[in-house]
Design a protein around this ligand. Structure first.
Ligand code: AMP
Length: 277
């Protein structure tokens, strides 16, 4: 496994792969590698090509300085895990390498915006599309792997590929969940013991109501989840909404729909989504 930190070096590697007609599978991450990330890599292993995992905590997608500063950095442990997971190359550039002209992002994707996380994390998706476009230009992957855990992000990347007419196949990977049914996330690695047990209780509340939503869809059930969470001490809830997974428009029934959730346990933002059909 090779660790590449310089843009010039990754360009040279990519150019050699291209000369040898080798395809590239790209798995973009922000590190703190967990089971969810590894599922993207094992999906990539099902296809021909060289796997490149990028690790870059992208400053332009953070709308909160504290969140950026507290984002877990576990590079050594990540290397250990990835070295055992059939990863050929880690691309882990510095901030200056990625943004030599200063940290800035551009709004280029307008579809699937002004809803869900876009309303609560202003500029976040501009940061996401900016970094993903930089990675696409540098690495020229034929396949790119993104998780359904960040479903709105997935749709926005799909649109980014479509509107730029890129010859990149987006492989959507299902959420990998813990025993309580919640998707793994790097952010949860900072939970204290107390926060962990709060998270578990929230998972129980959500799952009990998920069953009801699946059986007999009703908007009152959404209000109920929020009420139950608030009475349990969760005070910051961004959204609990049921949306169509193709259009991301609000649903009136379960058909092709998912429950999208975002709330906070103290400073940690929990986001997830659940199939309702
Ligand atoms: P992150 O490092 O959080 O930016 O995530 C990198 C990629 O891994 C994104 O495409 C995420 O959607 C995906 N991912 C994160 N957590 C999970 C999970 N629990 N299951 C599947 N994919 C995930």
């Amino acid at each position: 496994m090779k660790i590449v930190k310089k843009i010039s070096e990754i360009k040279e590697i990519v150019s050699n792969f291209k000369k040898n007609k080798k395809e590239i599978n790209l798995i973009p991450t922000m590190g703190n590698i967990h089971t969810g990330h590894l599922s993207l890599l094992s999906k990539a292993n099902k296809f021909d090509g060289i796997n490149i995992v990028s690790i870059f905590v992208n400053p332009t997608q953070f709308n909160d300085e504290d969140d950026f500063n507290n984002y877990p950095n576990t590079f050594e442990a990540d290397m250990e895990i990835l070295s055992k997971a059939n990863c050929s190359i880690i691309f882990a550039p510095s901030r200056n390498q990625v943004y030599p002209d200063g940290i800035k992002s551009e709004k280029t994707v307008f579809k699937y915006r002004d809803i869900l996380c876009d309303l609560y994390r202003l500029g976040h998706f501009d940061g996401v599309t900016t970094i993903v476009k930089i990675l696409f230009n540098l690495i020229e992957p034929s396949k790119v792997f993104f998780g359904e855990k960040d479903f709105q992000q997935l749709k926005i990347i799909e649109q980014l590929i479509f509107q730029n007419n890129l010859k990149i196949h987006l492989i959507k990977c299902p959420s990998i969940r813990d025993a309580d049914g919640m998707s793994f996330s790097s952010r949860y690695s900072t939970f204290s013991k107390d926060e962990k047990s709060k998270f578990k209780k929230c998972a129980q509340i959500i799952n009990a109501n998920l069953l009801k939503l699946k059986r007999d869809f009703n908007h009152k059930i959404l209000d109920n989840i929020e009420k139950e969470l608030r009475s349990y001490g969760i005070s910051k809830i961004d959204y609990f909404e049921v949306r169509n997974e193709e259009t991301l428009s609000l649903s009136v029934n379960n058909e092709s729909s998912r429950l999208f959730i975002a709330f906070y346990i103290n400073k940690v933002r929990v986001i997830d989504n659940f199939l309702l059909y």
